[in-house]
Design a protein around this ligand. Structure first.
Ligand SMILES: [Zn+2]
Ligand SMILES: [Zn+2]
Length: 776
């Protein structure tokens, strides 16, 4: 239907071939509101900003800056392009322009973002400000110069952890005068990575205090639930939050799109989301619409750009489409960014490399190839569109998985739900132990250093037993180990497996040890950035997999057996015929064989056994049980539990800030610890990362959405959009779609009746007898 709204015309055009539009939401325009400069901002700073087109701040900028100026830890959590950087720049520019001694350490999650900030700050040319980038690429002399002269050091948590803190004596002058610590894009610090960064920040604040400084932390975050609490978890100190975005926006129309189904063996299957994204990108570019398409993988970004170009054929607009991703040379990326900013490029297919702060705004349209996993990312990506007064267009195209299927049919779960909180758990003993060693090596630990982290004294005592720390009379812990322990902030530890080409020794990539058995066992077909390799040998002792390039007409999948033991219970909800529990578990899994499967049919060619050692993981799990007596008539109990497990893993990112790949699961018709039909879902990281706990706290929402995702799927007996899992160790067998719904209904129904909450003490072995059943 023709209309005068440009975005609706566009949508109508996108729909013209085959309609997949499931929902349309209009986000209203926001008018700008200006605030006065806070009176503490000196004239020099106002003038410089004025020369750069910033005549007055928005209220959220002024408010956050004043909190920080007055010494309160503050987080500003507002949308993309809402000028968050001015909030942290004002206090430090003021300090520099007033000739103060105070220095600032700015931390970004990526080198690219720190470089982008350095460029922006350099262009401002505020008198007295001496910025310097210090990252892994900075030569020694430049670091020395920065140590002595820079009053704004731009860096990242990795450098802080690996270099600045261990050599803190060389950085004494910075630490002694440290007035502000800026933590940019702090919502990125979640899960295990977040726990590492939280402990690294605590180490920084402790050393600053040692040298006599008391810095204020200023954080910038994408919109998030309870950002003040998230910053507090990162720093261990109270924080204020500014969350009301008062910057202008032209408004946007957001569409949720489900690629159309076609039939395979009588079952509906979705068209490829990548192809559908490329089709839309081509259509928009043909109309001169500046469009950014977010694609979940590097290879996907290349495919979408190439396919969109080929769809345009001889149209000159084809030359104005490019891909953008990490791995390109820095200069090339800078060129692409400016080509996009200035309109020479019309369409860019990008990974989330363009999601973080880098200044690319002023686009007409954004396409999301699949739900990006988190609402915060969804809004961050959508927020890239919006130029001048023209309403923006954004379309999210669903992938072929349970979460995306659920979301396009339940738009309220996107639009009418608060964004997730950034969850991390710095008291995870597996993360904490390493940082306590490092901190003690940097400076002996005092009682007060341990006070803000629950469980840290116990971990310190264990480290004493291992003769890594020693407690001296007076209560301080000293580092007495031989070598400083190796702790990496990203990834699951130093035990990665390198993948190298057999003939040349060329390093192709790394996988973490936990995944290596599944991905690079002998005989595996390993995919890396679109290239495929056959694994000749996996040497676990050396941590090396040898491969050669190959393109066979088949793929490989592994089979594994998994055993799960409940170590202790934290909490249980008793609901009559069902119960839900949270506790510590030990998961032992062993990859026993692999199958070669013909492409594209998936037919099994043969099965080869493997001789790999079992791997164990101690972590946190959420699990639910049902009373088998209440299930009479349910035929395939194992398949029903298994299907419910897969779908619930797929939907967990709805309530916890995790990826499907951060989580594992196990289902069984009679578990030896619960003695009941049970579905376990556990954090895939040693010690847990807080995901299972979130699932437990929000179980109704989680399992309710799981049920709706299954019933909402149009397939007959199960497909990748509902109950099949790409990482199943059992070849997706057995699975019962109907039975999964029966089970989930049972649990949800039970939760409507009386629920008894049982909390367990920290040492269940010792206290279990006292607790049962008298204490509640
Ligand atoms: Zn399905
Ligand atoms: Zn499975």
């Amino acid at each position: 239907m023709p209309t005068d709204r440009p975005t609706e015309q566009l949508l109508a055009a996108l729909e013209s071939e085959d309609g997949g539009l499931r929902h349309l939401r209009r986000l209203p325009a926001r008018r700008a509101v200006r605030a006065d400069w806070p009176e503490w901002v000196p004239a020099e700073v106002r003038d410089v900003l004025g020369d750069n087109g910033i005549t007055l701040p928005w209220p959220h900028q002024a408010e956050a800056a004043t909190h920080a100026f007055e010494g309160r830890d503050t987080v500003i959590a507002t949308g993309t392009a809402s000028g968050k950087s001015l909030a942290y720049l004002l206090p430090l520019l003021t300090e520099a322009a007033s000739g103060g001694e105070g220095r600032t350490l700015y931390l970004a999650p990526t080198k690219a973002l720190a470089a982008d900030q350095a460029r922006a700050v350099g262009e401002l040319a505020v008198p007295g400000l001496v910025p310097a980038i210090v990252d892994g690429d900075t030569p020694f002399e430049h670091r020395q110069w920065a140590q002595r002269f820079a009053n704004l050091v731009l860096s990242n948590p990795d450098l802080l952890h690996h270099s600045l803190l261990p050599r803190h004596r060389m950085w004494r002058s910075l630490l002694k005068n440290l007035k502000y610590v800026v933590v940019d894009e702090c919502h990125v610090y979640r899960g295990v990575f977040g726990a590492h960064v939280a402990l690294t920040l605590r180490r920084l604040l402790r050393l600053a205090e040692h040298y006599g400084a008391d810095p204020t932390v200023i954080a910038a975050s994408a919109t998030a639930a309870d950002p003040a609490a998230s910053l507090s978890v990162l720093t261990g100190r109270p924080a204020a939050a500014v969350t009301e975005d008062r910057s202008p926006h032209p408004g946007a129309t957001v569409g949720l799109w489900e690629p159309v189904a076609y039939e395979v063996d009588g079952e509906p299957r979705q068209a490829s989301t990548l192809s559908e994204t490329a089709r839309m990108l081509a259509q928009l570019v043909r109309r001169g619409v500046r469009t950014l398409a977010f694609v979940p993988s590097r290879r996907g970004a290349e495919i979408v750009a190439a396919e969109a170009r080929s769809r345009l054929g001889a149209d000159p607009a084809a030359g104005r489409i490019a891909a953008y991703r990490a791995g390109y040379l820095r200069e090339h990326r800078r060129d692409l960014e400016s080509d996009l900013r200035e309109g020479r490029l019309l369409g860019v297919a990008t990974t989330n490399a363009l999601e973080l702060g880098i200044d690319v705004t002023g686009l007409d349209a954004v396409l999301l190839c699949g739900y990006p996993g988190r609402l915060a990312s969804f809004w961050q990506q959508i927020g890239r569109a919006g130029r001048g007064d023209t309403e923006a267009l954004a379309v999210m195209l669903a992938k072929d998985d349970p979460l995306d299927t659920f979301l396009v049919h339940h738009p309220e779960a996107i639009f009418d739900r608060p964004v997730e909180a950034s969850v991390c758990d710095p008291s995870n003993p597996y993360v904490l132990a390493g940082h306590l060693c490092l901190a003690a090596e940097e400076l002996p630990l005092k009682e007060s250093d341990l006070a803000s982290i629950p469980g840290s004294r116990e971990v310190a005592e264990q480290l004493c037993e291992q003769r890594l720390l020693r407690r001296r009379p007076g209560g301080r812990y000293y580092w007495v180990g031989a070598e400083r322990p190796e702790v990496t902030l990203r990834g699951s530890g130093p035990m990665g497996v390198d993948i190298a080409e057999t003939s040349t020794g060329r390093l192709i990539g790394t996988v973490d040890a936990a995944a290596s058995h599944r991905l690079v066992h002998q005989g595996a077909l390993y995919l890396h950035q679109g290239e495929s390799y056959l694994v000749d040998d996996l040497d676990l002792e050396e941590g090396l997999a040898l491969v050669h390039a190959a393109k066979p007409p088949w793929t490989t999948t592994t089979q594994e057996i998994t055993h799960l033991e409940v170590l202790s219970m934290r909490e249980r909800l008793e609901m009559g015929e069902a119960a839900l529990s949270l506790g510590e578990v030990e998961v032992t899994s062993c990859v026993i064989s692999y199958q070669r499967r013909r492409l594209p049919s998936g037919e099994v060619i043969d099965t080869q056994s493997l001789d790999l050692p079992p791997q164990t993981l101690r972590t946190v799990a959420v699990w639910w049980t049902v009373d088998p007596e209440s299930l009479d008539g349910l035929k395939d109990l194992a398949g029903s539990l298994h299907a419910a497990e897969h779908a619930s893993i797929g939907l967990l990112p709805l309530v916890a800030t995790c990826d499907r790949w951060d989580i594992g699961g196990l289902s069984t018709a009679a578990h030896m610890d619960t003695e009941l039909p049970t579905v376990f879902v556990y954090d895939g990281h040693p010690g847990g990362a807080g995901f299972a706990e979130q699932a437990f706290r929000r179980w109704r929402e989680w399992l309710g959405a799981t049920r709706d995702a299954i019933t909402g799927c149009e397939c007959g007996t199960g497909c990748p959009s509902c109950i099949q899992s790409p990482k199943c160790g059992n070849g997706n067998e057995p699975l019962s779609k109907r039975g999964a719904v029966v089970l989930l209904d049972k649990v949800l129904k039970a939760g409507e009746g009386p629920v008894k909450t049982v909390a367990f003490a920290a040492e269940p072995e010792a206290k279990e007898d006292d607790l049962w059943p008298g204490d509640f």
